[in-house]
Structure formats: structure tokens, C-alpha cells
Design a protein around this ligand. Structure first.
Ligand SMILES: [Zn+2]
Length: 273
């Protein structure tokens, strides 16, 4: 879809079950999920949370940029996968070969965002791309997760070839598209603003229920209190505003709007895919 002068396309790499809701959100009683089951049925499998992992292709100013690289080749991530490995075929459907990608912006270094950085042999998948990553995220991965196979395959493969560029809040992936600070989910976690028209929030609110319940603590948030504070601080810029809110873990491609309806803050898909 067109967002101002920018082309923005969701490319879903994978769907799967992340785990029991009671383990993912330990402080949230089961019955508290009921309204959100009705709003977002795609994100539930009985007592378990379902998760799409969607990347975004951006074309602007003659540049082709990929935001995040999904879960990667099937079998890399130890989750209950339903469907994996969709990124490259999804890009091909948009007429994009891996060699066409000029830059890969990694919002953060969790396994479901860096999977296709390199193939199963550790060879970078996007041969002409610079990999854009906040140094705090890279440092966290190379220290706290140094022995994780995905860090070796997806991150060391690009660092040792010197394909990584440091970025931070304010860095523009193309003119008019600056990265934005959304702290808490992981060190160096960044979002992206597409002019005045859209904001990609990455994993600042990993489930759309968190837009209505910003204080709910999610077990994979590195600093849950800071993440909750981030949600509270950005929500006024999102609710009932003329801005698309983009998250790769929301259904229907993850491009939508945040609105207040019947006393709840909800996310509505703008272009179902
Ligand atoms: Zn994620």
C-alpha cells in the first residue's frame, strides 16, 4: 500500500503458537483475555497465544528496505510453528529478489526478527544490503546470548563480514523515515516513523491487547516496567489519530489504526491481507 510517498508492504514469514498465555503474561488472569479473544481471534489457540511474524518491505526514494527478517529457515526457532519460511517467497511475489534489498533494518535482535539475515549455512541472504542495528542490541546479543545458535548464524555472520551499520533514534533509513526510540522490549529496540502517516512500533506492544492494557507485563520484555512506560507515553500519539500503526505481530498484515471504541483502545486492520 501507499503511505504518503512511501510503498509499504507486509510480508509474513511465519505463524505459530508462542506458548501458554499464563506463562507469557503471568500476572494476567485467564478471564481478563476474554474481550481480546473476541477482538483478535487469530491470536488465540484456546489457552495459548498465536503469533504472526511479519516483516515489511519499504520502497522510497529509489531505495528498497526490509524491516526485520522474520523467523528464518524452517526449524531454527524452538516454538510451535504452524507455517515458517515465507519471507523470500513473499518478497518474490512483490517482484523483489534478495539482491534488490539495499538495507535491512533490524528493530531488535530477538530470534523472530533476524532469522533470514543469513541462510542455514550462515551466508548472508541479502548480498547487497547493509544491516542496520542499534549497537546496544548487538552488544546484548553478543554477550547475554553469545552461545545461542541463532546469534552465531544470524548476527555473527553479518558482523564478521562488516555488513552492520550502527543506527539510533533519528537515523533515517531513507529521507523522511527516521527511527524512533521505544525502550524496554530489548536493549536498542527501535521503531520507525514513515513521515506523518505511519509509525512502526516493532515489539513495543507485542499483543494489541497491550494497547488497551499498557501495564500488563509480558515475559519477553527485557525491562517490563520501561516497556509499559513506553506504551503509555506513545499511546496518545496513536489513539484516534490520523496515523497508521504497524506491528508485525498483529493479524492481517499488521497495518492498521488504533481507535477508542466502547471504552476500549483497539487496533483495527486497515488493509486485510
Ligand atoms: Zn517479536
Amino acid at each position: 500500500m501507499k503511505v504518503g510517498d512511501v510503498e509499504l508492504y507486509p510480508v509474513t514469514d511465519a505463524w505459530g503458537e508462542l506458548g501458554e498465555l499464563g506463562a507469557l503474561y503471568p500476572e494476567v488472569p485467564a478471564e481478563a483475555w476474554e474481550p481480546y479473544r473476541e477482538l483478535y481471534p487469530e491470536l488465540f489457540a484456546e489457552t495459548r497465544g498465536r503469533l504472526p511474524c511479519t516483516c515489511y518491505l519499504i520502497r522510497s526514494s529509489g531505495r528498497t528496505v526490509l524491516v526485520d527478517t522474520g523467523v528464518g529457515p524452517p526449524g531454527l526457532w524452538d516454538w510451535t510453528a504452524e507455517r515458517e519460511g515465507g519471507l523470500l517467497s513473499g518478497l518474490a511475489e512483490l517482484g523483489v529478489e534478495p539482491s534488490d534489498v539495499d538495507a535491512v533494518f533490524l528493530t531488535h535482535v530477538h530470534i523472530d526478527h533476524v532469522g533470514w539475515n543469513a541462510d542455514a549455512h550462515g551466508v548472508p541472504v541479502f548480498p547487497n544490503a547493509r544491516y542496520l542495528l542499534h549497537p546496544d542490541g548487538l552488544m546484548w546479543a553478543l554477550s547475554a546470548r553469545a552461545d545461542a545458535p541463532y546469534v552465531q548464524r544470524c548476527l555473527r555472520s553479518v558482523t564478521k563480514r562488516r555488513l552492520v551499520d550502527d543506527v539510533e533514534a533519528g537515523t533515517e533509513i531513507v529521507p523522511g523515515l527516521p527511527m524512533v526510540d521505544l525502550p524496554g522490549h530489548l536493549p536498542g529496540h527501535l521503531g520507525l516513523r514513515l513521515g506523518d502517516e505511519a509509525v512502526l512500533i516493532a515489539d513495543a506492544a507485542v499483543h494489541p491487547a497491550l494497547l488497551d492494557q499498557p501495564g500488563w507485563l509480558y515475559v519477553s520484555d527485557y525491562d517490563p516496567e520501561t516497556c509499559a512506560a513506553t506504551r503509555r507515553s506513545v499511546l496518545p500519539e496513536l489513539i484516534d489519530q490520523d496515523v497508521l500503526v504497524v506491528c508485525g505481530h498483529y493479524p492481517h498484515g499488521g497495518i492498521g489504526r488504533v481507535v477508542r471504541r466502547n471504552g476500549r483502545v483497539i487496533w483495527e486492520a486497515s488493509s486485510p491481507v
